[in-house]
Design a protein around this ligand. Structure first.
Ligand SMILES: *Cc1c(COP(=O)(O)O)cnc(C)c1O
Length: 414
């Protein structure tokens, strides 16, 4: 007899047998470089709070003031109960930050991706993804019903071949789609959307955005760039890699997460006024979901301002200093461009887990990232650095890594 729980136990057992079983690790302190787990103090290299803003006094103060003025909860979805001022202030701040006409915030980056992609594409369309884009983009692409094509990671030739194919299909399809259009579905025959990340979340490398922009323009496609790990870290004002490369005018859809360098929680889409108006009308994860709590919006808005200030610039300089220090200790022959994410490639899932446990015993919290977050056999220790780490943290970490992995930590070609 298969009971509900016995069936689930079989599934769990399979996960365990593959070395892929995961469980939550309770932390009894705030997130930051120093955390406490079960009474033990550890140095954490696990959070994406790249500038240390989640515990910054200015950001905490903004959240507290918002709770006092607007309450703990947000009541309902914004189209239903009215839209609280902190969300508008956040969106104005984000649009100014990203130099776009407008912005719309969501309760997470995950829902921002699905809201935007499903509002823009349907089964007539093509979505073209970098092989390593985040799971939320893959899920959104599936949900949209568009045809999914995947190009090899950062491979411009592969991307171009797919764009060429899509254009061929487009030319062939013009007569067939246009005809059945009801008044609600007046549209071009086939939309082609390319989606990539500016900084890849598990590899820490950057996309060749300039070249991707050239290609999508040449083939009349649209581009969405997920700046989750570049926001706050790249660009003169901390707005991201798009800003750093001067591409703001040329990217149709910019996606931001508010829970990484911005130290709060949530996600956002930045772009033209028309894009944002369309999302308010069609993004289901926005329309049918209770607004984020006012404290989260206020904290994110304060962070957006802080990131652009002299304080933000100083934090960014500190972060890049830490990155340089760690990279000089564990050089990576394959990447000249770096980010705050530094993976140490291990390969086998069980070994990555074992190393993570050893590091834990030595006082370091560094997650072993495994399938399905990364491909099978490409497990790794994912180190993320923040401006809140001090130089001694980096020295201790590289000492521990060298002791465990040998003096010559060669990160294999990703
Ligand atoms: C974290 C992340 C997201 C999801 O954002 P959440 O706010 O955590 O839901 C999306 N894309 C990338 C690349 C991410 O790393």
């Amino acid at each position: 007899m298969w009971t509900f729980d016995s069936e689930l136990e079989q599934l769990l057992e399979t996960i365990r047998q593959h070395g892929l079983y995961r469980k939550l690790c309770r932390i009894d302190s705030a997130q930051g470089p120093r955390i406490e787990i079960g009474g033990r103090k550890l140095i954490s290299f696990a959070s994406n709070d790249y500038l240390g803003l989640s515990s910054h006094p200015t950001i905490k103060e903004a959240a507290i003031r918002a709770v006092e003025k607007f309450g703990a909860g947000s009541g309902a979805a914004r189209l239903l109960s009215g839209s609280l001022a902190p969300h508008h202030e956040l969106e104005e701040a984000l649009a100014a930050f990203k130099h776009t006409e407008a912005a719309l915030s969501f309760s997470s980056g995950y829902t921002a991706a699905s809201g935007a992609i499903c509002a823009l594409l349907d089964k007539h369309d093509v979505i073209v993804l970098d092989k390593l884009v985040h799971a939320c983009i893959v899920d959104a692409a599936k949900l949209s019903g568009a045809k999914i094509r995947v190009f090899k990671h950062n491979d411009l030739n592969d991307l171009e071949a797919i764009l060429k194919w899509a254009n061929g299909k487009r030319a062939a399809g013009i007569s067939s789609v246009g005809k059945n259009s009801s008044t609600l579905q007046i549209r071009s025959p086939q939309r082609v959307l390319v989606v990539t990340e500016s900084v890849f979340s598990m590899d820490g490398d950057c996309a060749p955005l300039r070249e991707i922009v050239e290609l999508k323009d040449r083939y009349n496609a649209w581009l969405m760039v997920d700046e989750a790990h570049a926001t706050g870290v790249f660009g003169p004002g901390g707005a991201g890699l798009i800003e750093e490369l001067g591409l703001t005018e040329r990217v149709e859809i910019q996606m931001v997460t508010l829970g990484k360098a911005l130290g709060a929680a949530g996600g956002a889409i930045c772009g033209s006024r028309k894009l944002i108006d369309l999302l308010v009308n069609r993004a289901r994860s926005f329309i049918y979901s209770t607004a984020p709590v006012p404290a989260a919006a206020a904290a994110a808005a304060a962070a957006v301002k802080l990131v652009q200030s002299e304080i933000g610039a100083r934090l960014r300089r500190t972060l890049w200093q830490r990155i340089a220090e760690l990279k000089s200790e564990i050089p990576d022959p394959n990447s000249e461009m770096s980010s705050a994410i530094i993976p140490v490639m291990i390969g086998e899932e069980a070994r990555a887990v074992q190393l993570s446990i050893k590091l834990f015993e030595g006082g370091f919290y560094i997650p072993a990232v495994r399938y399905p977050t990364v491909p099978r056999g490409k497990a790794r220790l994912r180190i993320s650095l923040t401006a809140a780490h001090d130089p001694q943290d980096v020295v201790s970490l590289s000492g521990a890594l060298k002791e465990l992995l040998g003096r010559d930590i060669r990160r294999e070609n990703l």
